[in-house]
Design a binder for this molecule. Structure first.
Ligand code: PGA
Length: 257
């Protein structure tokens, strides 16, 4: 890894209950206290406030799993960037594969979320990645190229400093199938190449590209030791503080190596 500070995020998805979320947050606060990696958690909306309280002073980034791009108004069920900011949120996911492929969000919708998040001063974590079908059809690079370009459309170079890209091959998410470190590194290099075409080499060298998809304590270090893998977005393994802690430590030691 380079001098890019590792970013390790726990995406809790639609899991935990209030007491469990608070307990997990207290565990993450302990882990983060002496971590050199940047640590973030993305709890379900209703638990943002209690999780934020449990994390107080620990330096953990409170994140949200989704947002709506409009500032306010008649959008039943939706939540704005300002509302999230008001609850202490500092980072928001966009383009997660479950929102693309289960909920049906397209690149245009995702781009609006990225732009709104950045305009509100928050960090945008833009997720990209190919499905198994696309991979088997040899379309991995094309899909990542397109999702990266469309996701970042209209993002200024200045705002790119608050973007983290998460490469998450859809076939690896929640399946126990992890990309090999070499395959993931290859995808990360290609995505960094797209950023370089859009913003130049210097910006591309600074942007963090993290890996997601069945990252676990036993494979995290090998993945994050790859020169272009700058951390992880962790689903299942982020629900146990001990496992998440082991991954955070792996990120920090890969960064030192
Ligand atoms: P997983 O999920 O670690 O459970 O595969 C990763 C993600 O969806 O961000």
């Amino acid at each position: 890894m380079t001098d890019r500070r590792p970013f390790v995020g726990g995406n809790w998805k639609m899991n935990t209950d209030r007491a469990g979320a608070e307990a997990l947050a207290r565990g993450v606060a302990e882990i983060a206290r002496d971590a050199s990696a940047e640590v973030a958690v993305f709890p379900p909306f209703p638990y943002l406030l209690p999780v934020g309280e449990a994390l107080a002073g620990a330096g953990v980034i409170l994140g949200a799993q989704d947002v709506y791009h409009q500032p306010d108004g008649a959008f039943t069920g939706e939540v704005s960037v300002a509302m999230l900011g008001d609850c202490g949120v500092r980072a928001v996911l966009a383009g997660h594969s479950e929102r693309r492929h289960v909920i049906g969000e397209d690149d245009r919708t995702i781009n609006k979320k990225v732009l709104a998040t950045l305009a509100g001063g928050l960090i945008s974590v833009l997720c990209v990645g190919e499905t198994l079908e696309q991979r088997e059809a040899g379309r991995t690079d094309e899909v990542n190229d397109r999702q990266t370009r469309l996701g970042l459309a209209g993002v200024s170079e200045l705002d790119l400093a608050r973007v983290v890209i998460a490469y998450e091959p859809v076939w690896a998410i929640g399946t126990g199938r992890t990309a090999t470190p070499e395959d993931a590194q290859d995808a990360h290099v290609k995505i960094r190449g797209v950023i370089s075409q859009l913003y130049g080499d210097r910006a591309a060298g600074s942007v963090r590209i993290i890996y997601g998809g069945s990252m676990k304590p036993d494979n995290a270090e090998a993945l994050m030791a790859q020169p272009d893998i700058d951390g992880g977005l962790i689903g299942g393994a982020s629900l146990k503080a001990a496992d998440f802690g082991a991954i955070v430590r792996a990120g920090a030691s890969a960064a030192r190596a």
